[in-house]
Design a protein around this ligand. Structure first.
Ligand SMILES: *Cc1c(COP(=O)(O)O)cnc(C)c1O
Length: 417
């Protein structure tokens, strides 16, 4: 006789887990230590807290560029600003279009609007959540200037195909690597961020490594890198000793405090990613016998979070249902990652940009931002095709065993009914 599944915590059963997990929002789940404390102290004692007078930011930029084996890295104040530097380096004309994804943090698209360009949303591959190159190709027009691709959750996006597409059409490919430190891309294992013309990283609290906030823009193109650097510093060409402003730039400089902490964090990055991959492999194996639940493809993935792709018909519930049941079991999980595709936020639906103008979303060719624009992304987000389990390099074998046990328990109850 098949064993009847144990009652879900959601319906009064006892939860699999009662102890909290380490999270990125506290010391138990952040890999911070004496090196970071020493870094902050060093900067404060130096009396030089700003990058234009200190050395930490310049050193960090050189170290990060060397780490990624690219000639240029420009530090900035956040991942969003790192992307803004990239878009500003492209220098679109007002109303030009940039193709990107709606399944991401808003930081991916805000810089497009800030430069008065129009975001055009291409649909995603439902097995990864990443941009589908065929969908991108279909949206290229004479107004297209760039593509911003996201490596969602650290799953490698098809950047080799997108780079080829970009080159064929004279476009700039920007990689949003905020969730994808040390992600390795097909076909040759290139690091995410080095395949496109520009790669952007974040040091915000939730990312693999952190300085509280912070960003990096990397490139192998001297012209793009110089524009990015100038944009972050009021377009003030300090290298020529002239106090002038070459174009419209902002102050997006990283502070010496951030940079000093980030340098210490960079030393820990390989270990952080390795530890996340090791434990993720165990959960991937535990998911294999559960029909309707599919782990992310492990090749090259760096596990910012642990995404599970849910076929509700087979799994007995969608990602939202699984997340609710898992949370009751004491497992940190959410359905859909974000609540709605970016194009269904008021920023787009009500064109809340500049005063009452709605600009630049009022151009004759601007897309209609409405339900149904990217059906596959909507299925993952709203339809519950996506279940996201919080991930952390400090998870122990026991932590992962608890997550696997909860998933197996919830699956038995939901898929078996
Ligand atoms: C976090 C994130 C950003 C924005 O980074 P911030 O440092 O928070 O500004 C952009 N894109 C993606 C995919 C992110 O996860």
């Amino acid at each position: 006789m098949p064993k009847s599944p144990s009652p879900l915590a959601l319906t009064g059963g006892s939860p699999v887990r009662t102890r909290p997990f380490p999270t990125v929002n506290g010391p138990a789940g952040r890999t911070l230590g004496d090196a970071e404390v020493e870094a902050v102290t060093r900067v404060v004692r130096s009396g030089r807290l700003n990058s234009t007078v200190g050395t930490e930011t310049a050193e960090f930029e050189r170290e990060f560029a060397d780490y990624y084996d690219v000639p240029y890295a420009v530090a900035s104040s956040s991942g969003t600003s790192a992307l803004h530097l990239a878009v500003a380096a492209v220098d679109p004309d007002p109303g030009d279009e940039i193709i990107t994804t709606c399944l991401s943090d808003a930081g991916t698209v805000l810089p497009i609007l800030a430069q008065n360009a129009v975001p055009v949303f291409a649909d995603v591959d439902p097995s990864t959540g990443n941009l589908d190159p065929a969908a991108v190709r279909a949206l290229i027009t004479e107004r297209t200037k760039a593509i911003i691709v996201v490596h969602l959750f650290g799953i490698p996006a098809p950047v080799a195909e997108l780079r080829e597409l970009a080159d064929a059409h004279g476009l700039v490919l920007i990689e949003d690597c905020a969730q994808a430190y040390l992600t390795r891309c097909a076909p040759d294992g290139a690091l995410a961020g080095t395949v496109g013309h520009l790669g952007c990283f974040s040091l915000q609290q939730s990312k693999h490594i952190t300085a509280g906030d912070g960003g990096l823009t990397i490139s192998s193109d001297a012209g793009l890198a110089r524009r990015a650097r100038l944009f972050a510093d009021k377009a003030w060409p300090r290298d020529t000793d002239e106090r002038t402003h070459l174009f419209l730039g902002l102050n997006y400089r990283m502070t010496e405090l951030q940079a000093a902490v980030a340098r210490a964090q960079l030393g820990r990055l390989a270990g952080v990613v390795e530890d996340r991959r090791k434990t993720a492999d165990n959960l991937t194996a535990a998911l294999a016998p559960l029909p309707g639940l599919t782990a992310a493809p492990p090749d090259g993935t760096s596990y910012w979070q642990f995404p599970v792709f849910v076929d509700a018909a087979t799994a007995g519930a969608d990602g939202h249902g699984y997340a609710e049941a898992l949370r009751a079991e004491g497992i940190p999980a959410n359905g859909g990652y974000i609540q709605r595709p970016l194009y269904l936020t008021p920023l787009f639906t009500e064109r809340r940009t500049y005063g009452a103008s709605g600009y630049p979303l009022t151009t004759a060719t601007a897309p209609r931002y409405e339900e149904g624009l990217c059906p596959k992304a909507e299925e993952l987000i709203v339809g519950g095709g996506l279940l996201v389990i919080a991930w952390n390099e400090r998870y122990t074998a026991e932590d992962v065993a608890d997550i696997a046990a909860a998933l197996t328990k919830v699956h038995a109850a939901l898929a078996g009914r």
